[in-house]
Design a protein around this ligand. Structure first.
Ligand SMILES: [Zn+2]
Length: 173
């Protein structure tokens, strides 16, 4: 388009062998080409501005993706560390339990397992200040007296929930 305008302008400038009508036509074409060029330049400018805006958005989004990826990496590392700690703790608890089970009389373990299955995983509970910590119910006087009278190594159970009661110095009896 620029070339065409330049060629027209050249013809106009030289003025050689041009009729008045051709001259008017050429001038009109030059004017219209100049206007079209200006319009196209506006379009190019607008496209460049939009491209710039899009590039800024791409930069912004790329930064956000990087930040989120860093957060994800951090959270994954913390989750893995916590899982490792839990696995180690579970292994230790399992081992400790095995040692304790091995030292218990077989019939007491069998009773404990039976109650444990029936009572949602808790077969024995601490008796704390006359309250069964398995079912949270306070023992009545008759029960307290019965437990008081029982030998230290006798297995005592809570009438309400059936759990084995573990007596300590804080049992309140
Ligand atoms: Zn109970």
């Amino acid at each position: 388009m620029r070339q065409r305008a330049a060629r027209d302008q050249q013809r106009l400038d030289s003025g050689a062998g041009i009729s008045a009508r051709d001259l008017a036509n050429l001038q009109s074409e030059v004017v219209s080409l100049a206007k079209r060029q200006a319009d196209l330049e506006d379009v190019v400018l607008e496209v460049m501005e939009r491209l710039e805006g899009a590039q800024e958005r791409v930069t912004e989004l790329t930064e956000r993706v990087s930040a989120l990826e860093a957060k994800l990496t951090d959270a994954t590392a913390r989750r893995d560390a916590a899982t490792g700690e839990l696995d180690a703790e579970a292994a230790k608890v399992t081992k400790d339990r095995e040692v304790i089970v091995a030292s218990m009389p077989a019939d007491l373990m069998a009773l404990y397992e039976k109650i444990r299955v029936k009572q949602g995983g808790v077969g024995a509970a601490r008796l704390y200040q006359r309250r069964c910590e398995g079912c949270r119910l306070e023992l009545d006087m008759a029960e307290v007296n019965e437990i008081k009278a029982a030998a230290r190594d006798q297995v005592v159970r809570h009438e309400n929930c059936g759990r084995i009661l573990v007596r300590t110095a804080d049992s309140g009896i």
